[in-house]
Design a binder for this molecule. Sequence first.
Ligand code: ADP
Length: 464
Amino acid sequence: VSSSKTTTTRDYSTAILECAKKKSPNRLMADDAEGGVAVDNSTVTLSEATMEELGIFRGDLVTLRGRWRREAVCYAQKDESCPDGRLRLSRGVRSNLHVRLGDLVAVKPCPTIRNAKRVQLRPFDDSVEGISGDLFEPYLKPYFMDALRPVKKGDRFLVRGHMHAVEFKVIDTEPNNEPVIVAGDTEIFCDEGDPVKREDEERLDGPGYDDVGGVRKQLAQIRELVELPLRHPKLFQTLGVRPPKGILLYGPPGTGKTLLARAIAAESGAHFVVVNGPEIMSGMPGESEANLRAVFAEADAAAPSIVFMDEIDSIAPSREKAHGEVERRVVSQLLTLMDGLRPRAQVIVIGATNCPNSLDPALRRFGRFDRELDIGVPDELGRLEILRIHTKNMPLSDDVDLERVGKDTHGFVGSDLASLCSEAAMQCIREKLDIIDIENDTIDVEILNSLTVTMDHLKFAMEV
Ligand code: ADP
């Protein structure tokens, strides 16, 4: 008689990757507004059946929650052309929620929100380039008049004027840190301070999980170690365990350790502080320790936070290597700071190194950097994923076979593949140089449209 096994064991190691995809009725797929009832920065539309299912009535305020814990408040309207289970939203709202078409947005009725006493707005520098003067009368006044628009600190919105559209950012509101309505008696301030620099803003956005390739397993592990405790500390408190304080990422340079840490911070909505090893070690005596203390204080104040220590081996080399007095003091300061993190501090330290063995063993003990993740050189499939990421926004000709490139780039790490892609693009541009007039300020649209990266460009780039 053969006994058959009745229980199957499931591999839970990447369960967290599936977790976010779970669908509950209030998670709707973001859809474009084309052809449907008009949406703007303050309205979204959905089908009657979906509204009914969620207990939302026409004209109700709803809270939308997108990626990276971004929230927005809008009025809901009925739209018969919108398929059930979907939500039509404007580009502006999608960008505030950090969602793309096809992403899921959680929708729920919004509790009543207060009228703002005042709101402070600022235009983006590139949208007011070449225009001067008052922005209130031509743009803001008509935009807000009688519209009772809900806004939140950090929101961006585009206002179309007669000739020109200006994008604004909500710098502050009173009351603060909650969505508010801009009503008839709300004071609108827009003339303090300089325009918002687009560049700074984009840097803040940071990369997402889909910008990191070839590290599926590691991504699952690190999300479990970082995102779960930062977002749901209760899970760990209930089980009576302390989530990890420190994680060590090791692997050769250019494999995406920094990228991964940034993506985790951005996607979990955590504050991100970078400590560059060699940088912090230079300076006056005592300065390195003071800098470290300042970093941890900042992280604690802005928690949930991730402190990323790049090239941590240069801060904390193993003692036999640490000749200097400075290194010894810095290591012991780091140990004190990590040991001193309150269990509920919601601060996680991620260290990155090329050679974990040259790190002070005291740092790798329980309660410090006690988790280690190997971010190795990507395999063929990993390389293909990374190539897809870096050619995402590139017009590729039909002959491009990324799988072939993935096969032929054995030993390449992420940063090599990234530069391969930009080198291929450069080569494509070089070929057009004879028809590009470099003295001219603008480039002919036809030339731009003719730019496509071919397999030859990629092959060329592989050889340089
Ligand atoms: P490390 O910190 O391991 O030295 P980085 O994260 O600084 O590596 O990588 C440098 C650049 O190379 C990244 O900004 C990215 O453009 C590219 N890159 C590296 N690894 C990957 C990866 N796994 N997926 C996508 N891009 C990558």
